[in-house]
Design a protein around this ligand. Structure first.
Ligand code: ZN
Ligand code: ZN
Length: 413
């Protein structure tokens, strides 16, 4: 990929993703796949005024060795120096940039039960720090192609061709280049994109929708209750300090946080789900009293069952997202095997943790009050795609009227 194009992408990540300002600390999480590009992002962060940029490198084959050889107890331990790092984050409030590139099958063959249990142990220590940072720091997830990932997406191409093709797909869907590969002005494109989310969101929020009813010919018939005063948001977000940033590059979704414990009916998956390095496919989830009470899957049903029983909130919903069938990611026809992209191909729901910042004036409520209002809590947040080409979504408004939001998988207004 051309250096000028990559430089523009790095700048987009620093200026719109992390929205880095003078004097700030930045932590970049990256795998060993595209070190030169990672350095471009580092440089763009410094150019934007960052005081210190830290890169935390990872390498999936090494993590796999840890999972295989370490005891479950040790694997689930947050060491004192690791906790000190969490404390530093809490004090310094650095912007976090995650550059993802891992092979979606990268954890294949590891003992998922051991890994899952160890992660749950670790979360007990990590979660209070994460909760305390919630909505305070700027963060952004963007992607770079890793070889394993590229081969998974384009299995018939040679490694270097597959990587180049995945670069093109990432840059096209992230609005850095157009369909023909010409460089755009990504920052101007993203300003336009962010505005269009604001406009659509305003229409929905003015309707005061209290429940969503999903139906599709695949059998989906699900009613999900929303929280009073919940808002549809999308594109950029604000920190509590009022700073605007783009948490996901790319993004095509308008989403809200549902009322935990208020969902009835059944929903069928529209695309495979990649979770903890494995694919769960052709599945359904049935909700009763807001809880997933029955799950089926043609592939990896046990893993799905394990997922919804990780903790109390894992069986409840934490997100309802609206994504049109015409999104560039769906149009690209590419299955990325990665949620950052695939969630933007289709309407989706998430099991697990909800988004408190979808509640109006959320900063005026305590976490307990927000939980009582229905913002779900869990150690996981897993998106799964339900947007079939004939999905219909109807909003049931406060005054009892109905508002058609989606028809045949696309916006109806
Ligand atoms: Zn989403
Ligand atoms: Zn989500």
């Amino acid at each position: 990929m051309k250096k000028t194009v990559l430089r523009s992408y790095a700048k987009l990540i620093a200026r719109r993703g992390g929205n880095i300002k003078k004097g700030e600390d930045v932590i970049i999480n990256a795998a060993l796949d595209q070190p030169e590009f990672v350095c471009m992002v580092v440089e763009e962060c410094y150019r934007a005024g960052a005081a210190k940029v830290i890169v935390e490198w990872s390498y999936l084959p090494k993590s796999k060795l840890d999972i295989r050889h370490m005891s479950q107890k040790r694997l689930g331990t947050v060491e004192a120096f690791e906790e000190a790092k969490l404390k530093y984050r809490l004090e310094k409030n650095p912007a976090m940039i995650h550059l993802i590139s891992d092979d979606p099958d990268g954890l294949k063959g590891v003992n998922m039960k051991k890994y899952g249990a160890a992660m749950a142990e670790k979360m007990k220590v990590i979660k209070p720090y994460r909760d305390a940072m919630d909505n305070k720091n700027k963060w952004s997830i963007a992607a770079v192609p890793g070889e394993g990932w590229a081969k998974k997406v384009f299995p018939n191409l040679r490694k270097c061709q597959a990587v180049e093709k995945l670069w093109e797909a990432i840059l096209y869907t992230s609005r850095v280049i157009d369909k023909d590969g010409n460089l755009l002005d990504p920052i101007a494109e993203w300003d336009k994109h962010n505005n269009s989310f604001l406009e659509k969101g305003k229409v929905l929020n003015d309707k005061k929708i209290k429940a969503l009813h999903y139906t599709s010919s695949n059998g989906t018939d699900l009613r999900v209750g929303l929280i009073d005063g919940s808002q549809f948001v999308g594109g950029g977000e604000h920190t509590l300090g009022g700073e605007y940033f783009n948490p996901n590059i790319p993004t095509e979704e308008l989403f809200t946080t549902p009322r935990a414990g208020d969902a009835e009916g059944i929903v069928y998956s529209a695309m495979p789900l990649s979770w903890r390095g494995q694919i769960i496919d052709n599945f359904s989830v049935r909700f009763e009293g807001g809880r997933a009470v029955e799950v089926h899957a043609e592939q990896n049903e046990d893993l799905l069952r394990q997922m919804v029983s990780i903790d109390e909130g894992a069986a409840r919903l934490g997100e309802c997202a609206l994504v049109p069938f015409t999104s560039p990611i769906r149009q690209s026809g590419i299955m990325f095997y990665n949620t950052l992209f695939d969630e933007n191909a289709s309407c989706h729901l998430a099991l697990g943790r909800g988004y408190s910042n979808c509640v109006k004036d959320y900063d005026k409520y305590t976490p307990t009050e927000l939980a009582e209002m229905g913002v779900n809590d869990s150690s996981i947040h897993v998106d799964f795609m339900i947007g079939s080409d004939d999905l219909k979504v109807v909003g049931i408004c406060e005054d009892g009227s109905k508002f058609e939001i989606f028809r045949d998988g696309n916006w109806a207004f």
